[in-house]
Design a protein around this ligand. Structure first.
Ligand code: ATP
Ligand code: MG
Length: 432
């Protein structure tokens, strides 16, 4: 029989990789807490209309990337492709947004039907932050500073912060008209995607990856020239706030986002180390979305970061998870020893909650058990035979040089300790 394989673009995440994932999530939770953001957990499935209405009918995500299906009742449901629409939906549903301020974060899988490649998957994971009820540039500064601190806390360096302002809806409409007029004069030379977007979503043409289109765009009118006075003041205050905090940025007048709900501030953290998948965090202001989804007008700003891309960068930069290997592996010889070992291990786990301990299961000769102990990554093997049990002792064998505890002992060194000495010995291991 053919064996099953995972669905294309849907990946298993295995140990020891999961240790780095856990580390990233622990650092992220700590960083969000440092700014008073509360975690929101959202369902993976939503009504399709939520995304069509918020992200926009003519965006790539809604046009061709969503996993959409009919359930047994005939309702059209979609695996969430991003977290912002669901956050607003939940905020409205539970009365979190009306006349108040909210700082929220989320983490979890998102789904987009894209061509899988390094840094681009069909199930991928995002960390995101969203702030509601604050209209001024101060919260834009805060939420960007939070993303900067997250990168720093993860140890990721060499990222570039790119900034732009999309202006007010009116300024954007005027700019859109000017851009379309310009692009129409060059329509024949644009790449096929851009020709298609010229009338459906012309701002997205700015984002084209085609070198020929980019060459044409060099002479195009820019959004920054079209900014309304209020958006300009907001944008300047944001830049001042970032400078005050020593956060470097580059202005990129071509930066647009693939989601329709953004206005004014947009930003991306980018790297040149991940090829075409170089954006590791992206976000901006979306003051119109809450009202568009049925709430009262509520200013909002947020970002989302791709976890797989952060992890790829961390690996490329040699950043490892804190050691998560087991500390000790208990080998047993004989039935009485096995029972005693299980009891002893439980006592040790009671006493040292951070201790990572494996008790051999499934029997085997001592040599075979020691091989398992070595493969587990344990630093110590604790060997219990019926003789040791009778005498209340345990043999302690160091499996890795220099990691056996307070006294550096070469790998292979072995000694017999009374059980009463064991806690002291293991405590030394935990400190190391
Ligand atoms: P891209 O231009 O790379 O397709 P996007 O503009 O579609 O990105 P957003 O919707 O802004 O991305 O999502 C925020 C972040 O989520 C991205 O910057 C990226 O780090 C990550 N991301 C988006 N799509 C994927 C994917 N298919 N696989 C892995 N990570 C992704
Ligand atoms: Mg995309």
């Amino acid at each position: 029989m053919n064996r099953f394989q995972s669905v294309r673009g849907f990946n298993d995440i295995l140990p020891p990789d999961t240790a780095l994932w856990q580390h990233l999530h622990a650092v992220a939770a700590r960083t969000f807490a440092a700014y008073g953001y509360g975690e929101i957990r959202l369902p993976l499935l939503e009504h399709t209309a939520l995304f069509a209405r918020s992200i926009g009918e003519v965006t790539d995500i809604v046009e061709k990337e969503m996993f959409t299906f009919q359930d047994r009742e005939g309702d059209s449901l979609t695996l969430r492709p991003e977290g912002t629409a669901s956050t607003v939906r939940a905020g409205l549903e539970h009365g979190l947004l009306h006349n108040q301020q909210q700082r929220l974060w989320y983490a979890g899988p998102m789904f987009r039907h894209e061509r899988p490649q390094a840094g681009r998957y069909r199930q991928f994971h995002q960390l995101g932050a969203e702030a509601y009820g604050m209209a001024g540039p101060d919260i834009d500064v805060e939420i960007i500073a939070l993303s900067a601190r997250l990168m720093r806390n993860l140890g990721i360096g060499g990222l570039k912060l790119e900034l732009n302002s999309l202006g007010s809806a009116a300024a954007r409409a005027a700019y859109r008209a000017a851009l379309v007029a310009f692009l129409e004069r060059h329509a024949a030379s644009l790449d096929a995607d851009s020709q298609r977007r010229l009338h459906t979503n012309p701002l997205r043409v700015l984002d084209s990856k085609s070198p020929q289109t980019q060459a044409i765009l060099r002479d195009a009118p820019t959004l920054l020239d079209a900014l309304d006075a209020e958006s300009r003041a907001h944008f300047e205050a944001l830049q001042q706030g970032l400078s005050d905090l020593g956060i470097a940025y580059t202005l990129n007048p071509r930066l647009v986002r693939g989601l329709d709900y953004y206005g004014r501030t947009v930003f991306e953290w980018t790297t040149d180390r991940l090829g075409a998948q170089g954006t590791v965090c992206a976000g901006g202001r979306y003051d119109g979305l809450v009202e568009q989804l049925g709430g009262s007008p509520t200013p909002a700003v947020g970002w989302a970061s791709g976890v797989e891309r952060l992890l790829l960068l961390m690996k490329a930069q040699g950043i490892a998870a804190p050691d998560s290997a087991v500390h000790a592996y208990v080998c047993t010889l004989g039935e009485a020893a096995q029972r005693a070992a299980v009891r002893l291990a439980e006592q040790l786990r009671d006493r040292f909650p951070a201790l990572r301990l494996i008790v051999n299961a499934g029997g085997g000769k001592l040599a075979a058990q020691l091989k398992r102990a070595d493969r587990s990554g344990a630093r110590l093997a604790l060997i219990l035979g019926d003789d040791e049990v009778a005498a209340g002792g345990v043999q302690v064998k160091s499996l890795r040089a220099g990691t056996a505890g307070p006294t550096e002992s070469p790998s292979g060194q072995q000694e017999t300790l009374p059980w009463t000495e064991l806690p002291r010995r293991l405590a030394g291991l935990l400190d190391a």
